[in-house]
Design a binder for this molecule. Structure first.
Ligand code: 5GP
Ligand code: 5GP
Length: 265
């Protein structure tokens, strides 16, 4: 049905719920002062204008998740968890945190996944990002690969759930930019926390990151062969545009102990 179906002396606007909501929200933004009543009669030009406002509000605010987790993994711990790992076909990665993913999330801790099977990973959109991807988002799973199956998995499972705001290239670019924005290894090393096989207090690790970026990180641990808890993944929270760090609305589940090992890689 047309949203403005009966336009003789006035227009009756039939809007889907999402449009109604954004029209209501947009009312404040756009400074429209009268309250919105669904199906109210309006002069035709005003109805068109309102419809345009509603559509632009939807275009500018619609996204179906609340924030991103930007997750980085410590390769030494990844290898210890699996009791093995395989270096990428492009060579041993640097001794640095690597990107695991940029994951759309809801404020209640749940998250969307596999949102658009019609938009598969397209390597051809990534050619100029390849150097950065290999250096910052290396794959450690076996058998060895060049990373494309890891990136394709991350795009399919997580990236397709933020495509209302970030297309594939922008999604991976946003993750690379975030990695550059926060050098986690340097932040920890500056606080005397080094990947030397020593044990460090979890509070100290979280505190060092908080001190450097202004926000508390989520920290996940794994257990190595000897039963030691290790620093495995650090979660930072990012706004839905993938740009600004934010305070985490909710933290991931964590199995860390009060002191955790930071193994070498
Ligand atoms: P695990 O069960 O090992 O913690 O997570 C397995 C996978 O589920 C992750 O690699 C990620 O793809 C997804 N996942 C786990 N927890 C979260 C979460 O809190 N938010 C999002 N968006 N994905 C998650
Ligand atoms: P997730 O846990 O994010 O849902 O799934 C990660 C998928 O990517 C798994 O199938 C895993 O085998 C693969 N993968 C490839 N390389 C890596 C890596 O370096 N780290 C992690 N966590 N998963 C990887």
């Amino acid at each position: 049905m047309s949203p403005y179906s009966s336009c003789q002396r006035g227009c009756v606007i039939h809007l889907p719920n999402a449009l109604r909501l954004s029209l209501y929200v947009g009312r404040h933004v756009e400074g429209v002062s009268h309250p919105f009543r669904p199906n109210m009669k309006l002069p035709r030009p005003a109805a068109f204008l309102l419809l345009l406002l509603a559509l632009s509000a939807v275009a500018s605010t619609a996204h179906d998740f609340d924030f991103f987790y930007f997750v980085q993994q410590w390769p030494g711990s990844y290898c210890d968890t699996r009791q093995s790992c395989c270096y990428p076909s492009t060579g041993k990665p640097a001794s640095d945190f690597g990107i695991h993913g940029l994951w759309p999330n809801y404020n209640d801790g749940s998250y969307p996944a596999n949102c658009d099977p019609d938009r598969p990973y397209d390597a051809s959109e990534m050619s100029d990002l390849m150097g950065g991807m290999q250096a910052n988002w290396p794959t450690l799973a076996c058998p060895s690969g060049d990373g494309s199956s890891f990136w394709s998995h991350e795009w399919r499972k997580h990236g397709t759930c933020s495509e209302s705001l970030l297309d594939q290239r922008s999604y991976f670019q946003a993750a690379l930019d975030l990695k550059k924005q926060v050098d986690l290894l340097k932040v920890l090393q500056d606080a005397g926390i080094r990947p030397d096989g020593g044990f460090y207090s979890l509070r100290g690790i979280a505190g060092a990151v908080r001190e450097a970026i202004g926000y508390t990180p989520g920290i996940q641990c794994n257990v190595d062969e000897s039963g030691n808890r290790q620093l495995h993944q650090i979660y930072l929270c990012v706004d839905a545009w993938g740009k600004e760090l934010i305070e985490c609305p909710v933290f991931p589940r964590s199995k860390c102990s009060s002191r955790v090992e930071f193994p070498p890689f």
